[in-house]
Write a protein that binds this ligand. Structure first.
Ligand code: PLP
Length: 462
């Protein structure tokens, strides 16, 4: 059922520089010279000729529905004309300017972001992505409190550099250990695989908070600078916190003068059907970390929205952190365009409706048909199917740290999706359903129909 398309499958030749565009040369140069992230160096990658909306075309003419939004960043889909035009226009106006100057697009992007972040998070520090934003949020919390420890969840991903990788709880942390001193991990709520043997969401919330309080006490609250949490855990399985959990964390932070850092790199900017995921629970963190959806990754951008109390700390002493490309004009112009599109096209409302009316019911229907689906969870356009060998025992289809042969059933599932024209976002035993927020209901249904067929491959391992 490979999708073919009659439109051109090579990129237009660039006119101001030269780069071969035929698939074979691109793939060969890629294999020989591009050291890819996450172990893909030297691997056979798909060479992409064209992208548009929720679709990619490879250089052989096959069409794929992007159920990944790439790395859950392309919230507005590919090649949105307003995004492209804004970047082109800003490149002609002013392509680069260092962070020490004020420039119209940077001030306006900061103002628009501050207007949308919850509560009084009115100042914005710009970075070039989520990793650096977490690094800098941790630094702000440490200087602000004069403490050094950071508490973060085991099932988390916070980024790829030393500090944010140390804060990351999942197995990708192992290769960089011992990492940054002072990070302590704890178990966050995860009712399907409760670390606390809870039997309901309420019990999970209560016990997870008691566990966090216990960790805090044994580590010494006076040494803890921050609790860093993904509001809704993303890559590690779309774990939506039970009602009351985030407020409980907020209360613990207030009680002990700890900075609450919400990592909304993946969950923010409409992904969860609100501007920010914390808005679902009315909780205002002290630092809110964003990236990805802020401008759909058209130009690298991330940042930290900062509370007045923390911003005040750095009025009397310098913030010893900075980046050459902090608030890059092209990135800021694209953020302004992006926020305009969110407003004009009702993107947040569309994301909410897609989740409630199409993705949620569609995935629950898949669960009824496929024994390999252990749980469906999510909100907005941020969903996961957790795949299991056995629904009763909940044994995962592949282990949480699966590589090589151990990962074979998920690799087979991934191939089955790709052969049918769907790009899935797979991490260990979950497959995420995270298309661009601009995806139509019909496109989502098309993707769900492919998942339906591909899950038969996973069912064979049950
Ligand atoms: N935090 C979260 C929750 C993420 O999902 C990611 C990336 O996937 C990051 C931080 C790191 O962001 P980046 O890859 O933009 O550096």
């Amino acid at each position: 059922m490979t999708q073919l398309d009659d439109r051109p499958t090579t990129m237009p030749q660039p006119t101001t520089f030269s780069a071969p565009t035929d698939g074979e040369t691109v793939r060969r140069h890629d294999k020989d010279h591009v050291f890819h992230a996450w172990g893909l160096a030297g691997a056979d990658t798909m060479s992409v000729a064209r992208t548009e909306g929720s679709w990619l075309w490879d250089t052989e003419g096959r069409r794929y529905l992007d159920f990944t939004s790439q790395l859950v960043n392309a919230n507005l889909g590919h090649q949105h004309p307003r995004m492209v035009a804004a970047i082109q226009e800003q490149a002609a106006r002013m392509a680069t300017l260092g962070p020490a100057y004020s420039v119209d697009v940077r001030s306006e992007a900061a103002r628009l972001i501050a207007e949308r972040t919850p509560g009084d998070l009115d100042m914005v520090f710009f970075t070039t992505g989520g990793t650096e934003a977490n690094e800098n949020a941790i630094r702000m919390a440490r200087v602000h409190t004069g403490r050094h420890k950071v508490l973060a969840a085991y099932r988390s991903y916070h980024g790829g550099t030393a500090g944010s990788m140390a804060a990351t709880g999942e197995p990708r942390r192992w290769a960089t250990e011992p990492g940054m001193p002072g990070v302590v991990h704890f178990w966050g709520p995860y009712p399907y695989r409760s670390a606390f043997h809870a039997e309901s969401a309420e019990q999970e919330c209560e016990r997870a908070l008691q566990h966090l309080r216990d960790v805090l006490m044994v580590e010494g609250p006076a040494s803890i600078a921050a609790i860093l949490l993904e509001t809704v855990v993303g890559t590690n399985g779309i774990l939506v916190p039970p009602d009351g959990y985030l407020q409980g964390v907020r209360d613990l932070c207030d009680e002990h003068g700890i900075v609450m850092i919400s990592d909304e790199v993946m969950a923010g900017f409409g992904r969860c059907g609100e501007w920010f995921a914390v808005d679902h629970w009315g909780v205002v963190p002290d630092l809110l970390v964003f990236a990805k959806g802020v401008n759909s990754g058209y130009v690298p951008l991330g940042g930290v929205a900062i509370s007045p109390a923390i911003a005040d700390t750095f009025r009397t002493r310098p913030f010893t952190g900075g980046l050459t490309y902090s608030g890059h004009p092209l990135a800021c112009a694209s953020a302004i365009a992006s926020i305009g599109i969110y407003e004009d096209e009702g993107i947040v409302e569309h994301a909410r409706a897609l989740g409630t009316d199409v993705i949620g019911p569609g995935l629950r229907a898949l669960m009824e048909r496929h024994p390999s689906v252990g749980e469906v969870r999510g909100l907005g356009v941020f969903w996961a199917l957790e795949l299991v060998r056995d629904r009763t025992t909940r044994e995962p289809l592949v282990p949480y740290n699966a590589t090589g042969e151990a990962n074979a059933p998920m690799a087979a599932f991934t191939s089955a999706c790709k052969e049918r024209g769907l790009l899935p976002f797979v991490h260990f035993n979950t497959t995420h359903v995270v298309p661009p927020l601009t995806t139509t209901a019909d496109e989502v249904r098309e993707g769900l129909a492919i998942l339906d067929e591909a899950l038969e491959v996973a069912d064979r391992s049950t």
